[in-house]
Design a protein around this ligand. Structure first.
Ligand code: SF4
Length: 285
């Protein structure tokens, strides 16, 4: 793995060892060798992946795509209601452009969270980003600043993104991500989002994804996964696979705030990010 000294320093700063291929049990059960995963900033020109061939002679996907609505092979956990439960505002939101959507979020009073918020947290990044990060709900700092993933969790996310050549700062669509939260307003005392709040806010996130049209989605944390995939199994059971959101591949991983509490899980989050890089590279060109 040709890590540069700078990238090694970044990874060590996150408390991560230099990545090596995960154990076979953690990899998607692809019948072909996974393409090499290298940081985008240093990657060599990508050759078109050679499709593997199944016993039936059909080309097989490099990564298994698990439908958002396909029941898991493992013992099923509690099912979650469809994430896009009808909302009174859904129809109008689905037709909005960026300015209208931003204005609608800023003035939204569709759930009780509008009463306690300081700011709505719309999202930041390139409007046509090829990578989109979906987090959970704003915390105290996000509520203060009106931006997702600030504070220590945001710094960890930025470091992980930087290690694969991505940034939230101004850059082209291939390198500047778009970051959005599942809820646009902070739940009081950082309590968990309620189902009705998630349902009311869902149209905003769905419209953001439709406008950005990313090549890969990273769902960080339980509520982001519920909102995008309608799945409620533990993250540990869902990660390591390529899920589907209306044709866009979704990689699920742990929220950076969780990683700060459980630093031993950082290596898994890094594996997830490397899987996302692999999927992204297959969709390039
Ligand atoms: S959380 Fe979402 S639905 Fe609720 S008030 Fe804020 S923007 Fe509106």
């Amino acid at each position: 793995m040709p890590w540069t000294e700078r990238q090694q320093a970044l990874l060590q700063g996150m408390g991560l060892r230099i990545w090596s291929p995960p154990p076979a049990a953690l990899r998607p059960a692809a019948p072909q060798a996974a393409p090499a995963i290298v940081p985008l900033a240093v990657q060599a020109p990508v050759e078109a992946p050679t499709p593997a061939v199944t016993q039936g002679g059909e080309p097989a996907p490099a990564h298994p795509v698990v439908s958002a609505r396909t029941p898991p092979a493992a013992p099923a956990a509690a099912a979650v209601p469809p994430p896009s439960a009808p909302s009174p505002q859904a129809a109008g939101v689905a037709a909005m452009d960026w300015p209208a959507l931003r204005e609608a979020v800023a003035g939204c009073q569709a759930c009780a969270l509008c009463e306690s918020r300081r700011n709505t947290v719309f999202g930041v990044g390139h409007p046509s980003a090829e990578w989109m990060i979906v987090g959970e709900a704003p915390g105290e700092q996000e509520d203060k600043q009106g931006e997702p993933f600030v504070g220590a969790a945001g710094q960890l996310l930025d470091a992980m993104l930087q290690a694969v050549g991505l940034t939230r700062s101004e850059a082209d669509a291939a390198h500047q991500v778009f970051i959005a939260n599942t809820l646009k307003c902070r739940p009081p005392r950082n309590r968990n989002p309620q189902p009705e709040e998630l349902a009311q806010c869902a149209p905003f996130l769905h419209r953001q994804i439709a406008l950005v049209r990313p090549k890969v989605l990273l769902a960080m944390g339980r509520f982001a996964i519920q909102q995008l995939l309608g799945r409620d199994e533990p993250i540990g059971r869902l990660r390591g696979q390529v899920h589907d959101y209306h044709g866009t591949p979704v990689i699920v991983t742990y929220h950076p705030a969780y990683l700060l509490r459980q630093p031993t899980e950082k290596a898994k989050a890094w594996e997830d990010l490397c899987l996302a890089v692999s999927v992204y590279r297959q969709r390039q060109g």
